[in-house]
Design a protein. Structure first.
Length: 223
């Protein structure tokens, strides 16, 4: 019998650090990209479930820009009797159940005398008398930005007794006015006529909605 030659086993493959590092990097990149795509998909689905992206009608920050007032406003033309047609609920009128009027009179010193009247739920007439003053707006002479107070004269020095009264819209004939506060919590539609045409009233409220007011809570008060 001849001698058998024993073959040596094949040498083991050498470990390649660079190849392994490249493979790990590729896997990590794929993981990160996959995670990002997953988060994007979840975000898109969540937005779809919640409805459209918030816009002006939803009270998005776009509509929280500072309100602009009418300028110039001739206070002597604005003076006189106004009939309230609609309002956002407010504390000072919570007991008013009937027609509401506001009468303005320009005094000799340039301030405005305010007389508000409304019919209470028990049929009695309620009246509040106050004073309005013009707030100067840089670059807008005669701007329709006023402050009103119904507190006694001796408290006039307190800023807290003055409330904002901003004329946001006014027709050229001074027959219909939209008045509000800069925080959008108060809103009034006023007209010279005791009853305002429905289409005109809705036009005023539609405009107020574009300014960010919660028109859905408005109470119609014109009789």
């Amino acid at each position: 019998m001849g001698l058998r030659t024993r073959r040596a086993p094949p040498p083991a493959a050498a470990f390649d650090d660079r190849a392994m590092s490249a493979s790990i990097g590729t896997l990590a990149t794929a993981f990160c990209v996959g995670s990002a795509l997953t988060l994007l998909a979840l975000s898109t689905a969540r937005t779809a479930r919640n409805g459209a992206v918030p816009g002006p009608a939803d009270g998005a920050p776009l509509m929280r820009a500072p309100l602009q007032v009418v300028a110039p406003v001739d206070l002597r033309r604005y003076a006189g009797l106004w009939h309230e047609q609609a309002r956002l609920p407010n504390r000072s009128e919570r007991r008013c159940a009937g027609p509401v009027t506001a009468e303005y009179t320009v005094t000799d010193d340039g301030s405005v005398r305010v007389r508000n009247r409304c019919i209470l739920d028990d049929g009695r007439l309620d009246e509040s008398v106050g004073t309005a003053r013009v707030v100067e707006v840089p670059g807008q002479p005669g701007a329709g930005r006023l402050e009103v107070r119904f507190a006694p004269d001796w408290l006039a020095w307190l800023p807290a007794v003055w409330g904002d009264y901003w004329i946001l819209k006014l027709d050229r004939d001074y027959q219909v006015a939209l008045v509000g506060t800069p925080d959008r919590r108060c809103l009034w539609v006023l007209s010279r006529a005791p009853v305002l045409d429905v289409a005109m009233l809705h036009a005023e409220l539609d405009y107020a909605r574009t300014l960010g007011f919660d028109v859905d809570k408005v109470e119609l008060t014109g009789k």
